[in-house]
Design a protein around this ligand. Structure first.
Ligand code: GLN
Length: 478
């Protein structure tokens, strides 16, 4: 019995039938962490003692016949930008090395209240800036499937830990693809729900108009199950949606007959990797043979998504990062006066990519540049949203690659901002439009998993999960 590759649903069955206790299961995952971590580096904090206490409490509930449902006793992890009272939260930055938040993020709270057992906090790109985890102050994360390649980012630790069987699932954050791209790199499922679907209260903000909590799991069924627990209205997140709570597991097994799919013309050009195109084509073939309709749609403004994203994200990031001044959180440098203390704290505490984005954000918001960059990017964002609106008049769901081929090799893009940014051009547009998008392992190349992405209208998670479930059953998969 290999616990480490089992779905949450299968693990939950073991607990229910009392074939294994949560304490035994948690111990086994902690052992896996101990074995894998020297190589992987997917965790910044392992919360061994609190995990074993939580597992013992779950076992005691079950013994009394008071188990709380499918997540009770299941070991999971969180990206290290989620606050959990009593545990460190570093955001993979030197700035927050000794910071312990005084409260717990709402999404984490939902899981803990359901009895899930928190194993620890995952490594990531510093403040969720990056696509490879090369920006972590705690060292990079290795891809468990191929150590020469990146695990993706910024939720690279979360994806790697699930793929390596160190946790049954993890939560991450997705501002410009940071859940879906690492999920694709590591061969697992990654869901970024509609903007407003999962509360971001207690998750360190990167760019507030784009940020969304996402799920990294081993199967589509698990993703739906976890979404059932974390999607709910939270008055503490002003963008939270009142209708979020629903039973997403009910969408499993619905099939795809009669559904209309769009493939994006602009993503079929000669700049696309043949593997990425082949995975989309294989999915198209499966869908057509199951009675779905597939047509080409044109989305001309997608060409501007990277420029638009980098202006808006950096502007919002610059504002959100203002709080890390040495006074309120974490690292404080010595200084004779206020300015030298703040300058020293930020100089020592923040890494190069974070500084670059703050400077860029400051630049685009200068009064003299505001119309040229920020205002223009806001207009382009509207055009991108309109492209989606037009497409969704014709089709129910868009099918695209997640990234342009297999995960890239270590060091091959670090230091080249343009090349690195281009990694995310297929995942960023759905953040700009606030749409739900799901990355699913599909196809393969060179012995590594491929992936496709499904994008739907706002709040069409149930439909996306149903389609993904179908492709997961039918599709070629490693
Ligand atoms: N890779 C993107 C960036 O560096 C996305 C980050 C994210 O989604 N958190 O901005």
């Amino acid at each position: 019995m290999n616990l480490h590759q089992m779905t949450v649903q299968a693990l939950s069955g073991l607990l229910e039938r009392k074939e294994l206790s949560s304490s035994e299961m948690t111990e086994s995952f902690l052992n896996q962490i101990r074995m894998k971590e020297p190589e992987l580096n997917a965790f910044i904090t392992v919360a061994r003692d609190t995990a074993l206490d939580a597992a013992a409490a779950s076992d005691a509930r079950r013994a009394r016949g008071e188990a709380m449902g499918s997540l009770d006793g299941i070991p999971f992890a969180l990206k290290d930008n989620f606050s959990v009272k009593g545990l460190p939260m570093t955001c993979a930055s030197r700035m927050l090395r000794n910071y312990k938040p005084p409260y717990t993020a709402t999404a984490a709270e939902h899981l803990l209240k359901a009895g899930a057992v928190l194993l620890g906090k995952n490594n990531m790109d510093e403040f969720a800036i990056g696509s490879s985890t090369e920006n972590s102050a705690y060292g990079p994360v290795k891809n468990p499937l191929d150590a020469r390649r990146v695990p993706g980012g910024s939720s690279g630790g979360s994806a790697a830990c699930v793929a390596a069987g160190e946790a049954a699932f993890s939560l991450g954050s997705d501002t410009g693809g940071s859940v879906r791209q690492p999920a694709a790199c590591c061969g697992i499922v990654g869901l970024k729900p509609t903007y407003g679907m999962i509360s971001r209260y207690g998750v360190t903000a990167l760019a507030s108009s784009l940020d969304q909590v996402g799920i990294l799991a081993r199967s589509v069924g698990d993703t739906a199950l976890i979404l059932n627990h974390v999607a709910s209205y939270d008055p503490k997140d002003s963008m939270s949606w009142p209708g979020a709570a629903a039973d997403y597991s009910a969408a499993m097994g619905g099939g795809v007959a009669g559904r209309r799919f769009g493939i994006v013309k602009e993503y079929l050009g000669s700049d696309m990797d043949p593997d990425a195109l082949a995975w989309v084509q294989q999915a198209v073939d499966r869908l057509i043979s199951a009675g779905a309709k597939v047509e080409e749609v044109s989305m001309p403004n997608m060409a501007h998504c990277l420029a638009c994203y980098y202006v808006l994200m950096s502007a919002e990031f610059h504002a959100n990062m203002g709080r890390f001044d040495g006074l309120r959180f974490g690292l404080r440098a010595e200084g004779d006066d206020y300015f030298s203390m703040v300058t020293g704290s930020r100089t020592q505490g923040l890494g190069p990519e974070v500084k670059t984005r703050i400077i860029f954000g400051t630049y685009v918001l200068r009064e003299a540049q505001y119309e040229k960059f920020f205002l223009k990017a806001m207009k382009v964002r509207t055009l991108i949203c309109r492209d989606y609106e037009e497409a969704f008049k014709k089709v129910d769901c868009l099918l695209t690659p997640v990234q342009n081929g297999l995960p890239f090799l270590w060091g091959s893009r670090q230091g080249d901002s343009v090349k690195m940014a281009a990694t995310d051009k297929l995942v960023i547009p759905s953040n700009l439009a606030g749409l739900p998008a799901l990355a699913l392992p599909f196809g393969s190349s060179e012995g590594l998993p491929g992936a496709v992405q499904l994008i739907g209208k706002p709040f069409s998670e149930a439909m996306l999960l149903g389609i993904a479930d179908y492709l997961e059953q039918e599709g070629p998969r490693l």
